[in-house]
Design a protein around this ligand. Sequence first.
Ligand code: SF4
Length: 354
Amino acid sequence: MGILYSTMKFLRFQDHIEALRNHSVIAPVHIRIKPTNRCNHDCWYCAYKVDHLQLGEEMVEADTIPEEKMFEIADDIITMGVKAVTFSGGGEPLLYKPLPKVMEKLANGGVKVAALSNGSNLKGGMGQAFARYATWIRLSLDGWDDESFSKIRGVKHGEFSRILENVQNFAAMGSQCVIGISFIITKENYEHIAEACALFKKAGANHCKLSGVVVSNSGKENNDYHRPIMEPVSAQIRQALRLVDDHFSVIDHYHELEERFDKSYTFCPYQLFLPVIGADLGVYTCHDKAYNREGLLGSIRDRPFKDFWLSEENRMKIENFNPSTQCRHHCVAHSRNLAILEYLAIDPDHAVFV
Ligand code: SF4
């Protein structure tokens, strides 16, 4: 298996690079869909629920995409030639009952599907649908035993064990679907990173991605939170890396966190690669600006996604969106944006002097 995480994936999509050069809009490569805002976990740091983070500022927990509208969106995605869809939160996407049928439709239409989930419902028909249709699923697990997990997530004792059992059963199906774990590093769990990774590996996960919790819209405040734990986290990650073999990898995204806040660029190219459709039927620039008025490109409540996305209204919104003033907060696509903007800025006369 090749590299799964890379900032260079955009190089495979020259049509999108050309569209960016021409200031035009074509179908996104990949779309994140948030089918529902309902969740059965209550993580203390969840950006969608806490009041002090801009992400999810205007999220309404009761919002769910009506089934009929979801199938209309899926039809558009297939017709437009979108390559991939990831289902994520807002809420817990695997609680959305029509999801297996939606995944089947997309997969049969040539669209790759994936999900970010808490793993509680990765079982039964839902688990089978993922085994059959999905390219990957990544479960957010940030505890190392039942007690820690219950405290972090406000869930019943035993939920951690139940989810690890779901991982085990899913891995035993022998599907092609890659199962990853996202471990969000906090002051509560940083001393248990290696121990948790060993548990995930034993359960049959293919990798564990390590990232730092985002506690503020300010890079400085976020760094102040992480500075005291940075050294022990590095030691834990070094220990976790010893678990790496042909079947299990550890992806360290912890140390990138500090660079992802301030932006000097005035255009966000990533909007053309990975926009978001929310459960409120808003289309957003990206998942770091979902359910935030500033990030709203437009609503598809009364029109098909395809009509909106390819409209002049959307082109102008994308063109005029300014990250240097509108995104002074965490942005997961920051390094990708820097790479794409540098690529676009290469002088053609000098490009040949490789
Ligand atoms: S700069 Fe980052 S946070 Fe802002 S819209 Fe683009 S991807 Fe989203």
